[in-house]
Design a protein around this ligand. Sequence first.
Ligand code: ATP
Ligand code: MG
Length: 462
Amino acid sequence: MPDPAVPLVIPREAHPISRRNISPAALKVLYGLRDAGYQSFLVGGAVRDLLAGRQPKDFDVATNATPEQVREVFRNCRLIGRRFRLAHVVFGREIIEVATFRANDDDGSGGRAAEDDGRLLRDNVYGTIEEDAVRRDFTANALYYAIEDFSVRDYVGGFEDVMARRLRLIGNPETRYREDPVRMLRAVRLAAKLGFSIDPGSSAPIPAMAPLIAGAAPARLFDESLKLFLAGHAEASFLGLEAHALLPVLLPETAEALRTNRSGSLRTMVLEGLRNTDQRIAEDRPVTPAFLYAVLLWPAYCRELARLQAQGLDPVAAQQRAADRVTLHQAQRIALPRRFSLPMQEIWMLQPRFSLRQKKRVFRTLAHPRFRAAFDFLELRARVAPELGADLQFWREAQLQGPAAVTAGAVHAEAAGGAAWPEPAPPDVEATEAGEETGPARRRRRRPRRRRSGGAGGDDAS
Ligand code: ATP
Ligand code: MG
C-alpha cells in the first residue's frame, strides 16, 4: 500500500469523473465549503461509483470544517448524531451528508480504541484526511474528489483497485474483520452490486471469521440484509454469501435446509425468487421485505414443517408452529420487524389454501389481503414443482375472470378431484430429508366455524 502521508493525485484529465454526473445539491455544498475557506471533497461510495461508471445513489462530502462551522455556511443545515456529529444539508428531498475528517485512534498513543476481542468501540475523533482515509473499509471506498482542482486523491491505492474492479480491505484483513465483522457482508454486497471481485487476501479469511457476524446487532443485520437483497442484485448477493460460507451465519436454518435438500429444488426456488426480485426492481415495481423473507426462509419453514408432521402433528397446527419457530429462531440473528414477519407467515399459511376450490373457500382466499403476494409465491413454487401447475392455472383464471368463472372452474376442479384437502406437506417440503420420511397425509381436523363467515376478508382457515 502507498504511504498514506503522500497521496497519489490523479488529475482531471486522467480520470472519468465529470461534474455533470454529480448532483447539483452536492456541487453546491462542495463549492459552498470551498468558498468559505474549507477543504471539501466528494468521498466514499459516490466517488467509487462514478469511477466505475455508475450513477451514485447518494453523495457524501468530507471536510476539515467542524459540524458547527458547516452549519454557519449553510442555512438549510441540521446537525445529527450524538457520538459523532454529522451535518445534513437539506435540498428538498435530497440530503447531502457532510462529515468532518475523522480518525479512529483517540488516546493519542497511536493505538485504536478497541475491545479485547478487537471490535472497535469508539470511532469518534476528528482527524486529518489521511486518518479519515485509512479508517474506511475498502480502498475503493477511500477516494477523495477535490472540488478545488477536480483531481482524485488516493491515500491507499484505491484508484488502481477500482480500475481493476477489485475490492481490497485497507490494512490487515483479519484485524479489520475483527473490528467490524459486518465488513464481510459489505465485501460480498459491494462485489455483487458492482460486479467487482474480492481480492484474495481479503476474501480468504472470511469463511473462518464468518461466525463473528453472530455478534453484530440484529437490527443492523436486518438493514444490511435489505441492502443485500432489495437493491437489485439479490441473486449475486446470495451466490456470494454461499461462496464465502456466510449463509450459515446469516440464515442458519435455511442454510441447513438447503444442505440437506438432496434434489436441490429448494435452492432453485430461492434463486428463482431472488432473480424475480431483481427483475421487479429493474422494472421499478414494488418489492417488500415480507415477500423477500418468505422466499429466504421458505426452506427453513419446509424443513421444520416436515419435521413436525413426521412427529404426528396435524397439518394445520404444524404449519403455524413451524412458521412461529422459524420466525423466532431467525430473529435471534436478524431483527425482522413484525410488520414484515406477520405478512411473511400469511404468505406461507395461504399456500395450502390454493388446493381448496370449493366455491366459498375460493371467495375467501381471493379476498384475503395477502392473496396477491401468496399467489406470486405459488407461482414461484410452481417453477420447481410442476405438479402445482393446475393450481396455478385455476387461480390465475379465478383472478382474471371473476366469480362466474371461479364457480365453473371450482365445479370442474372438484369433479377432477382437484379440491384435495387434507393437504399433505407442500411438494417442496417432500424434497427435504425430513420430508422424505413423512408418512401419508393425515386427515385435517374440522375447525369450529366462525359465526361471521363468508364475508369479504373472512379468514377462518388460517
Ligand atoms: P452504498 O453505495 O451501498 O451506499 P457505500 O460505500 O456508500 O455503499 P455506506 O454504508 O453508504 O456505503 O458508507 C459510506 C462510506 O463509509 C463507505 O464508502 C466507506 O468509506 C465508509 N464505511 C461504511 N461502512 C464502513 C465500515 N463498516 N467500516 C469502515 N468504513 C465504512
Ligand atoms: Mg452510501
